[in-house]
Design a protein around this ligand. Structure first.
Ligand code: SIN
Length: 289
């Protein structure tokens, strides 16, 4: 196979790389596809600059990495392209929101509340505000590796429960989300358990897999101990030394690995438009080797 000439420039010592020399509207050969996949594994978050992709091209590129998932909030999917979740503060002419306005304004790994959570997500910036609205990422390998040996031993074999519903209701109560879920949407959202430390299926490295957004409980420990340990882990994954800030440029396409990162959307001045399209690539059931 011909070698790819693609270059991924690291954006920080923690994670993130920028890829400048690719036009994703064009067909990708296998060597380039493999180079992109390797860049994702090496850098965890990869940024393709200046991609003028239609929704169909975004979907086609995402599909190279696996089947795409459809988000439970069906009202925010593109009508003719349900694999695309719209994150936006735009409104339809009748005042209805075009997309999820304040999606992901908390640390989370996308859809960790399903049995087979996504391997990655691809977010395309179609319109962005002149400042703010950055996305923060946390390197969950580093967060795990920095734990003490004693804490790592305590985490062996431990499982945590993840729930969209519990976190959604909590956020609604605290006034964060003005959104609602239908009974049909609620019925699709059963709580799931995953290992607290997961082995990345491609790199074999261990990453913490708990997040403030959706992890509700550690299992099989006395209640107080479980709450204290989860608090300790959530504190660990919130430390700035494991973080990378992505400052959006128009037409960036950012691809992140949900198996070893979590992320946090940040606020912006809503007199400006922030309009993004997200696809979500299906992954495997998390395991601990
Ligand atoms: C998300 O959680 O997918 C949203 C990230 C963002 O809007 O910055």
């Amino acid at each position: 196979m011909r070698e790819s000439t693609m270059i991924a420039n690291a954006l920080s010592p923690v994670m993130g790389a920028e890829i400048l020399d690719l036009d994703l509207t064009k067909a990708l050969d296998s060597a380039t596809f493999e180079a992109i996949h390797q860049a994702l594994l090496d850098h965890l978050v990869i940024v393709f600059r200046n991609q003028r992709l239609s929704a169909a091209q975004h979907v086609a590129f995402s599909r190279r990495f696996g089947d795409l998932m459809v988000h439970v909030k069906t009202e925010y999917l593109l009508p003719n392209q349900p694999e695309v979740l719209v994150l936006s503060n735009k409104k339809h002419s009748d005042g209805r929101p075009v997309g999820f306005e304040d999606a992901g304004r908390y640390w989370h790994s996308d859809m960790s509340y399903v049995e087979e959570p996504p391997l990655g997500s691809l977010l395309h910036a179609i319109e962005i505000p002149p400042e703010k609205g950055d996305t923060l990422y946390c390197n969950m390998y580093m967060a795990y590796e920095a734990l003490s040996a004693a804490t790592k031993r305590r985490l062996e074999g431990l499982q945590a429960s993840h729930s969209y519903l519990a976190s959604f209701e909590g956020k609604t109560k605290s006034g964060y989300a003005r959104d609602t879920l239908t009974e049909e949407q609620k019925a699709q959202l059963q709580e799931v358990t995953h290992p607290v430390v997961r082995t990345h299926p491609k790199t074999g490295r261990c990453a913490l897999y708990v997040n403030p957004g959706f992890t509700v409980r550690l299992e099989d420990l006395p209640k107080d101990e479980a709450a204290e340990l989860l608090g300790e882990l959530l504190n660990q994954v919130s430390k700035p030394e494991f973080q990378f800030r992505h400052v959006w440029q128009p037409h960036d396409l950012v691809f992140w690995d949900n198996r070893c990162t979590m992320h946090h959307a940040t606020p912006y001045d809503t007199q400006f438009t922030r309009h993004m399209h997200r696809t979500t690539v299906k992954g495997d059931r998390p395991f601990a080797a």
